[in-house]
Write a protein that binds this ligand. Structure first.
Ligand SMILES: *Cc1c(COP(=O)(O)O)cnc(C)c1O
Length: 492
């Protein structure tokens, strides 16, 4: 059975998987979701012995069935190989009474690698399949991790260009360094004087602007998105939830069929939505813990059904979660409205015009799969410190949010905390949490101090960037983003 994808804002707008991947966002501003959600009979007696790659193939075959098995096999093989520094790709570690699913073994030591290492293959294969000869321009706003992971994936991939915008003062020094040293002839990195939400809003506006689209088409180009709105980002993430569960069965940590919780450090709602999709597919999940930092718009949403972005924006120690508009939530809203594209469109329009919307009681009652809470800066620091002193395991600040919220909510059953970044990506914050006396002049000094203090091996990705040459130095105002895109692409 072929699976089609429909827009959350116009159900008659339907595409094949490869068309949806190519396009990213729907023309009507909606996000693509499966028309008929697939189900899988997950046999963990068999899956417990499967490799990460085998599980990824199973998931991709199920959702993206207009790609052949051989194509999927080749893409998975290319995406999840020795570009990861752990042969397990997404190992599960036991820490105290719970587990950590480590998603930071890829090239940029954060979880975005899990999807962005395969997206370029999905996209170029999708172009071939649909006879597209246009150059595909990836336009992305990043809160720090997506940008670098996308560039690493797309660098020098034929028939593509990638433009990344990041908030000048909203990413860590190591994150910025990773981005501005990115090599590749088709890569453009731009800092903006603004925050992530402003960058993301401007990027979305460019996707929706008909004039710009026409200009692109005349020049043999078309946009696509590597942001987590792209279904090609979301679906590969379903694999690691299934893999984690299979590993727990294999290690006799859970009974086959026992329900587990996942605590997910959440920003744009992509990672946790993939967990929800895994549950819909048939994975035994009890609760999904939506963990936020001080930008706790989602905590309020799950507790009250009211989404309200009209609030102060905080720059925190977990910058990849400093988000007030969680784009992927639209896919969940669509389900809560019983797949009503009109209502979904109205709610999301209210969000962009008034900055808020309210779910009905009936919709709110359907949110039983989720529980939510948040951690402030001191709780994050305390969580890093306690986890290290009790378990000799170093958490990054994002993972610490999920760990802290898990301890706070203490749900019934076994819990897997989703670990989204290596502590070496945010070394100063982690070092300060672990030691009240350590001082480090910059991120790189902090890396060394952290390595000595924690005896945690240094990932190869960190070793390589210290001496790398800075190749990108453009900064623009938010209002100049489109003109910068047109300039880089030679449209004016
Ligand atoms: C992107 C990111 C998150 C948030 O994930 P979403 O899918 O946007 O909710 C959490 N932690 C890290 C390290 C990230 O890079």
């Amino acid at each position: 059975m072929a699976i089609f994808y429909q827009s959350t804002r116009d159900k008659s707008n339907q595409k094949t998987a490869s068309q949806a991947i190519l396009q990213g966002l729907a023309e009507d501003g909606g996000l693509f979701v499966p028309v008929d959600f697939p189900k899988l009979a997950l046999d963990f007696e068999q899956l417990k012995n499967a490799t990460y790659q085998e599980i990824a193939e199973l998931v991709l075959q199920t959702f993206f069935d207009d790609f052949s098995k051989a194509e999927i096999h080749d893409m998975v093989k290319a995406a999840y190989g020795d570009n990861f520094d752990d042969p397990e790709i997404a190992p599960v570690k036991q820490v105290g009474q719970h587990y950590l699913l480590e998603l930071f073994h890829g090239e940029t030591i954060a979880f975005k690698d899990m999807a962005l290492s395969i997206l370029p293959y999905l996209m170029t294969q999708a172009a071939k399949k649909n006879g597209v000869t246009n150059e595909i321009v990836i336009l992305t706003a990043t809160s720090g991790d997506t940008g670098k992971a996308a560039m690493a994936g797309f660098a020098d991939v034929e028939q593509t260009k990638i433009i990344v915008f990041y908030p000048k003062n909203g990413v860590s020094p190591i994150q910025e360094r990773q981005m501005v040293t990115q090599q590749g002839d088709n890569v453009h990195v731009v800092a903006i004087d603004g925050n992530f939400d402003q960058a993301q809003t401007a990027v979305k506006a460019m996707f929706n602007e008909a004039d710009l689209r026409d200009k692109m088409a005349k020049n043999g180009k078309q946009f696509s998105s590597a942001n987590s709105m792209n279904i090609g980002r979301l679906i590969p993430q379903v694999a690691y939830y299934i893999y984690a569960y299979a590993q727990l069965v294999k290690k006799n940590q859970i009974e086959n069929g026992e329900s587990v919780n996942f605590s997910v450090p959440t920003g744009n709602f992509g990672n946790i939505l993939a967990a929800y999709y895994a549950k819909k597919l048939g994975l035994p999940i009890r609760k999904l813990i939506c963990a936020s930092n001080k930008n706790n718009v989602l905590t309020d949403f799950f507790k009250t059904g009211r989404y309200d972005k009209n609030r102060e924006f905080f720059v925190t120690s977990s910058p990849s979660m400093d988000i007030l508009v969680s784009s992927n939530l639209e896919r969940l809203i669509f389900e809560l409205t019983d797949e009503n594209d009109q209502t979904t469109g109205q709610l999301l329009t209210a969000l962009s015009t008034e900055g808020q919307y309210q779910l009905t009681e009936k919709m709110l009652e359907k949110l039983t799969d989720f529980i939510a809470d948040w951690a402030d800066e001191s709780e994050i620091s305390k969580e890093i410190q306690e986890t290290f002193s009790k378990n000799h395991y170093v958490l990054d600040p994002h993972t610490a949010v999920a760990s802290s919220v898990y301890h706070k909510l203490a749900p019934e059953g076994k819990t897997v905390v989703v670990s989204t970044a290596s502590p070496y990506k945010f070394p100063q914050v982690v070092l300060n949490a672990l030691s009240s006396t350590a001082v480090a002049s910059d991120d790189f000094a902090a890396v060394k101090a952290l390595e000595e203090l924690s005896e945690t091996p240094l990932p190869r990705a960190v070793k390589s960037i210290e001496k790398a040459e800075v190749l990108h130095q453009t900064t623009v105002e938010v209002s100049q983003m489109q003109s910068e895109v047109e300039r880089y692409l030679g449209l004016k």
